[in-house]
Ligand binder design. Structure first.
Ligand code: 13P
Length: 250
């Protein structure tokens, strides 16, 4: 019922030229692949080119962030209407790098989520605990409060297209993935909180992706877990053959 979703977060990598070279190599490798939804999230400078190059293919492209207002004196920001105007229908929200390095707040993630929903943009809301929180046995509390804050005043019907990415901060870019069991346990907590916020049906239908050092070698075991509905891949999504191998997990 929940179609698996494999997404590549390119972070601050790849010029437009490099992004298009990636697609030249990657698109043929996943041509005709329908089992999973596939998306890449390039930088804002490449997004328009990537959107254009993926028209008519099975690969979608989205933004790594956005503002919640349509326009205004906010230097450095991009609005939901601007994303829609270039054909962008996906956005990452609340990534831990935004939270850690750019002061992204729980409140703003909620405003952005509402704006994405209002503009028909599929939001992928990222949540995840720090190593210290896990060690202090605060994983559940952290995940629940992140989900609750993001979904404040959002109804079940509004949450219809929501996607969540569970990205434990200690697993991002470190090479140490959460074990499939640890990830599935966290997904259960997230799904439970979703059902509190938006009802059981929404919780059942919402895809929860795992992110944090996903590689071709570990994707298969992760996807075996019923709770894991896909992956948000950083480093390993930058190389066409590697990302294609992840998409083709067995
Ligand atoms: P890595 O796959 O490089 O650990 O990054 C994960 C991530 O942050 C995806 O959003």
């Amino acid at each position: 019922m929940r179609k698996p979703f494999i997404a590549g977060n390119w972070k601050m990598y790849k010029t437009p030229k490099e992004s298009l070279a990636f697609l030249d190599a990657f698109l043929p490798l996943v041509e005709g692949h329908t089992r999973d939804e596939i998306a890449v999230f390039p930088t804002m400078s490449s997004l328009g080119y990537v959107l254009e190059a993926t028209v008519g293919t099975n690969v979608r492209a989205g933004a790594q962030n956005m503002h919640w207002l349509n326009e205004g004196p906010y230097t450095g920001q991009t609005s939901p209407t601007m994303l829609v105007s270039i054909g962008c229908r996906h956005v990452l929200l609340g990534h831990s790098e935004q939270r850690l390095y750019f002061n992204e707040t729980y409140e703003r993630v909620n405003l952005k989520l509402k704006a994405a929903i209002n503009h028909g943009i599929t939001p992928i809301v990222c949540v995840g605990e720090l190593l210290a929180e896990r060690e202090d046995l605060k994983t559940e509390e952290t995940l629940r409060s992140q989900v609750r804050a993001a979904l404040r005043n959002i109804s079940a019907s509004e949450a219809r297209r929501l996607v969540i990415a569970y990205e434990p901060i200690w697993a991002i870019g470190t090479g140490s993935t959460a074990s499939p069991e640890v990830a599935a346990e966290a997904h259960k907590i997230i799904r439970h909180e979703l059902s509190h916020c938006c009802g059981e049906q929404t919780a059942d239908n919402t895809r929860i992706l795992y992110g944090g050092s996903v590689k071709p070698e570990n994707i298969g075991a992760l996807m075996q877990q019923e709770e894991i509905d896909g992956a948000l891949v950083g480093g390993a999504s930058l190389v066409p053959t590697t990302f294609a191998n992840i998409v083709h997990y067995a």
